[in-house]
Design a protein. Structure first.
Length: 146
């Protein structure tokens, strides 16, 4: 397996905030899977949209994660923000797909949602970014550096 390549930027973000936000996303998706309440998915659609497509410093969930890391006094560990923006865009697509499928094919909605939850858990628990895999093996070969 070749080395993973991620988009690079000068912007930085806290690794702790990223991982805690991923855990909150996984929790929200788990709540959707358990209850079938679309409000949980709509909340993450909005959160992913803010992280992926705006210049706001924090989305609602990442702001809460930042507050928790400050209160816990975790030492700062900054990482490149570009891969996380790309991953948020992929996450947004999955979240929108989950929401749309809720109305037209509920079982498929659960599958797409569970897949997104797995990606969020990989990020939060194992510090493994599926977005970097997608970028390395799909985006770069098809369109070059984004």
């Amino acid at each position: 397996m070749r080395t993973l390549i991620c988009p690079i930027s000068t912007q930085r973000i806290s690794r702790h905030v990223v991982r805690l936000t991923g855990l909150m996303m996984a929790t929200m998706i788990a709540l959707y899977l358990l209850t079938g309440n679309i409000a949980f998915i709509m909340a993450i659609v909005v959160d992913y949209f803010i992280r992926a497509f705006t210049t706001l410093p924090y989305s609602p969930f990442s702001w809460v994660a930042m507050q928790i890391t400050r209160q816990a006094n975790w030492p700062p560990k900054q990482i490149d923000k570009a891969p996380k923006i790309f991953a948020a865009r992929v996450g947004w697509l999955f979240a929108v797909g989950t929401a749309v499928l809720y109305f037209i094919a509920p079982p498929a909605s659960l599958i797409v949602g569970a897949t997104l939850m797995a990606f969020a858990l990989l990020e939060s628990v194992f510090d493994f970014c599926v977005g970097c895999v997608v970028y390395t093996y799909i985006v770069l070969p098809l369109v070059g550096e984004a």
